[in-house]
Design a protein. Structure first.
Lengths: 174, 434, 316
């Protein structure tokens, strides 16, 4: 049941642009930078950010996709989950930015960090998140944050992106 | 036991007649037919449309596992099982440990049986020493000690021994019973060779294993003109030889187990060891044609091939578990339920196949209800249904292929030579169980 | 969804496609420097082989370990079984060590089904007598789909001792689910005419004819150590009339070649063909790893079912 619409298409776009500039401000060596998008919407967000980098700054950032299903800590409490593709080759000495749409308990990101270490020893790992909805169960926070949206545990935050949902918006459901 | 009145009960006789009759059973087990009676003379009156009295059945093929395999069955459990099945006379096969291939063992069996058995058990002697098919056993001596016939059952009789034995039995007009299987063709097979064995890649026994042996046996019976009985037929392809043998007046007789008339490889689970038997259950058509052959007089006898094994043996996987399934207690109920109740045959047919023909072929008495004689009969009730479950069996082997099935026609009481050798707890309630 | 992988006969096509999808993901893992993901971390897999095997067992072992599981291999000689310990007792004993999965190979058909009664572990049939070898069929179909995309209407020929082959049977049941047209070829003792009606396949006793009508050939090993030897006079005759070599493929040079291994080079298949461009034999091995990983994931990588109940019924 829809409770509220937090962001519309333009607002999402403005946020992504701002995040791109935050990254730009924080990094000097863009060859070493690697955006790792988490399936599903993290992948699309990471591609959008790379595109903004290209259009605004002419810098070509490398992006890759990571399926963290094998690293989930709750596999055995759920029905079988279909796996998605992972095209990470190596994270050795790379400066990684994990990209995901919603940060909640932090467990997904913990899994992503573990996965990233399985591909090599990264130089650094940062986290880019579109919406932080609170309720952390692990000591994990975003380096680059779109918006903080406090929610109750009964609510759910849905990020919808054109690539898969035909619309760009962020809504809260109850 | 005080006097019991059986009032106007339908009884069947070995001359294939049937009539309603009243008789009394006294404390010594004597039967007296009555034209009139005063109910007050009797402790209990048995009356009802549905009760049927039958002659005692003869099972010409069982394995009582004595001597040496008493963990599977012994004379007491085996004879009680037979009694429960309405069987008054049974033949037991010699493939025991040791094999019954000499007069001493026949003698031992005959005495053990007389001491411990509820009904009459006849030992079948082995045709060859240790059933190895190399040397003849002392058939004359064994016959004198009480062997009813000779067989290497469990395995086929070798050609060499079979011919010699057929000629030797002329001395005393004896009967050879052969287990028709060509060991080379059956070689390690577990189930019938057909669609299922091909689908699951299982070693199988082609029907020709039996047919080839039946052809051989009939040819030798023809040459020697001796008495030959073919055990547990399983395939319709064996029938043509027997039909011609009978037309030509040869002394060739044969039997089918009740199970081979009811089960085929498609209506059972071939991996359930309760259904693992040799010869295997073959095709539906075999079932039908064997039954027709019984009706046409080409096949003479129905038996059980009662082959009990221990629980440990039957719970092995199907490739390791020994062949054989129990059958004494269910044979009549199965025939009654599957055939008489479905009008495929009548009680007179069953009497032919399990009372009259065994008596004719093996020269043994017929035990049935007779005036001024010791009681010999069993009684059952039409329409009384029983759920077959392990607790009902007297046999040491409870793994009947009929488990969890509902059958009609189980005997409610069986009398042998005046003694009540079996009684259902809900029948003749005034009479204490044995 | 299946709890055990015992046969391909009863597999649902959708489940098979799921297994294939995940297998593609697992192929990616095999190309990484760190060939390990923790998806089955902490799971115990026992491989219990009553019949010797190196390749299949190693394939399952590597698959399990790549997924982070602990894999323990047991070779149980058949003679010790005859000495008294029944399969039932072996399984009850193993089950007491609480494995999550048992991979079993045995020389008697349907034993894997039988042992489901004595353990709560998920059972994978790695070959039971001449009955089935489902993981092989899955990797074979997966390999064919990699090349053809879709198997509907594709003509797949299985060449060799079909009578005694569990690989053949599992493949036939599975390929037909995909709508492939299956043919069998070999001497009439090993490829019985009854197969045609009973299994709805084409039976050829002439190799040239069979090849002309095929898009792919699965070449079976002539199993000298098994029953085949009783049904053919000798391997030389078999090789002359049913051995696959380049000459035989002249009129159908694009046909794909597969073999479950191990190969008898020069007997059922020539080196030229085995090492040729159309041979997918190495691919089959790699795909085998990915498929077996996917099978483990399919059976183990989710919430456990309540299998404990049925086990209690068997223990008084």
């Amino acid at each position: 049941m829809l409770k509220a619409k937090i962001l519309n298409e333009q607002e999402i776009n403005k946020i992504l642009h701002r995040l791109m500039y935050e990254i730009y401000e924080n990094h000097k060596d863009f060859d070493e930078l690697l955006l790792v998008g988490l399936w599903t919407r993290g992948v699309f967000l990471s591609r959008r950010i790379a595109e903004i980098f290209l259009n605004e700054k002419g810098i070509r950032l490398e992006t890759s996709e990571l399926d963290i299903t094998p690293y989930r800590d709750d596999l055995y409490t759920k029905e079988k989950i279909a796996l998605k593709t992972t095209n990470l080759i190596s994270t050795q000495d790379r400066s990684i930015i994990i990209v995901d749409d919603v940060l909640f308990t932090g467990r997904t990101i913990r899994g992503a960090i573990e996965a990233i270490f399985d591909f090599g020893r990264p130089k650094k790992i940062e986290l880019l998140i579109l919406i932080d909805r609170g309720h952390r169960e692990l000591p994990i926070n975003a380096n680059y944050l779109g918006r903080y949206v406090p929610t109750s545990s009964k609510e759910d935050v849905n990020v919808r992106l054109k690539e898969i949902d035909n619309v760009d918006e962020v809504i809260i459901l109850e | 036991m005080d006097k019991i009145l059986y009032k106007n009960i339908l009884a069947y006789f070995s001359d294939l007649s049937s009539k309603r009759i009243s008789f009394c059973l006294d404390s010594l087990g004597n039967v007296n037919f009555l034209d009139s009676f005063d109910i007050s003379d009797y402790k209990e009156v048995i009356e009802g449309e549905d009760f049927v009295v039958m002659p005692l059945l003869t099972d010409v093929h069982t394995h009582m596992r004595v001597p040496g395999q008493e963990e599977k069955e012994d004379i007491v459990s085996g004879s009680r099982a037979a009694a429960r099945g309405g069987i008054g006379q049974a033949f037991t096969m010699p493939n025991t440990k040791p094999v019954v291939d000499n007069a001493y063992l026949v003698d031992y069996l005959v005495n053990s049986v007389n001491k411990n058995s509820s009904m009459k058990i006849y030992p079948v002697g082995a045709v060859s020493r240790n059933q190895l098919g190399e040397e003849l056993s002392p058939l004359l001596e064994m016959k004198q000690s009480g062997a009813i016939a000779f067989s290497d059952d469990g395995r086929p009789i070798t050609t060499n021994i079979l011919r010699k034995a057929l000629i030797y039995t002329k001395t005393f007009d004896g009967i050879i019973i052969d287990h028709p299987e060509d060991a080379v063709l059956s070689d390690g097979g577990l189930i019938h060779e057909g669609r299922l064995s091909r689908t699951y890649g299982i070693k199988s026994i082609p029907y020709t294993s039996e047919e080839v042996c039946v052809a051989r046996d009939v040819a030798l019976a023809r040459e020697t003109k001796s008495k030959l009985h073919l055990a547990h037929l399983s395939t319709r392809h064996s029938l043509k030889y027997i039909e011609i043998a009978k037309e030509d007046g040869l002394n060739v007789t044969s039997e089918v187990t009740v199970n081979h008339l009811i089960f085929n490889c498609e209506n059972i689970s071939i991996f359930d060891t309760k259904f693992k038997v040799n010869p295997p259950f073959r095709e539906e058509e075999d079932m039908y044609e064997l039954f027709n052959a019984l009706k046409n007089g080409i096949v003479d006898i129905i038996c059980t091939d009662h082959a009990p094994h221990t629980l440990e043996e039957k719970e092995l996987d199907y490739s390791q578990s020994p062949f054989g399934t129990p059958g004494l207690e269910t044979v009549f109920a199965a025939l009654y339920t599957y055939f008489v109740m479905n009008n495929k045959c009548c009680l007179e047919d069953i009497i032919k196949w399990m009372v009259v023909n065994p008596s004719k072929i093996f020269s043994i008495p017929i035990l049935e209800l007779q005036n001024n004689s010791k009681a010999n009969f069993f009684i059952f009730k039409k329409n009384e249904e029983f759920l077959v479950e392990p607790g009902m069996f007297f046999s040491k082997c409870k793994l009947s292929p009929f488990l969890d099935k509902k059958l009609f026609g189980f005997p409610l009481a069986t009398f042998y030579n005046g003694k009540m050798i079996y009684k259902d707890e809900n029948f003749m309630k005034t009479v204490k169980e044995m | 969804m299946i709890s055990h992988l015992l046969s391909t006969k009863n597999l649902d096509l959708n489940e098979v496609l799921e297994i294939f999808d995940n297998a593609r993901r697992f192929l990616e893992v095999l190309d990484r420097p760190t060939k390990k993901i923790p998806i089955l971390k902490g799971k115990l897999i026992l491989t219990v082989f009553f019949e010797p095997s190196t390749r299949t067992r190693t394939s399952f072992e590597i698959a399990g370990k790549t997924l982070g599981a602990d894999v323990v291999n047991l070779s149980i000689s058949q003679s010790s079984t005859k000495k008294g310990e029944t399969i039932k007792d072996t399984c009850l004993t193993l089950n007491a060590m609480k494995p999550d999965c048992i991979v079993i190979r045995h020389s008697v058909s349907k034993i894997p089904d039988y042992i489901t009664n004595f353990t709560s572990a998920k059972i994978i049939n790695a070959g039971d007598g001449s009955n089935e070898h489902p993981s092989q069929a899955l990797l074979d179909a997966f390999t064919l789909i990699q090349h053809f995309g879709d198997l509907s209407g594709k003509k797949i020929l299985i060449l060799g001792d079909v009578l005694n082959s569990r690989v053949a049977r599992s493949n036939i049941w599975l390929l037909k689910k995909f709508g492939a047209k299956v043919s069998l070829c070999g001497p009439s003792t090993l490829v019985r005419e009854e197969f045609e009606n009973e299994w709805d396949v084409n039976v050829y006793w002439d190799l040239d004819k069979a090849i002309s009508d095929a898009n792919a050939i699965i070449v079976l090993r002539i199993q000298l150590e098994r029953a085949a030897s009783a049904w053919i006079p000798n391997t030389r005759e078999y090789s002359i009339f049913y051995g696959l070599n380049s000459k035989r493929l002249v009129n159908n040079s694009s046909v794909l070649i597969m073999h479950p291994g191990p190969m008898n080079r020069g007997l059922e298949i020539s080196s030229e063909v085995a090492d040729g461009d159309n041979a997918l034999i190495r691919k089959q091995v790699t795909n085998g790893l990915a498929i077996r990983m996917s099978i483990f994931y399919h059976l183990l990588g989710h919430k456990a079912d309540n299998i404990v109940e049925h086990l209690d019924k068997n223990n008084e």
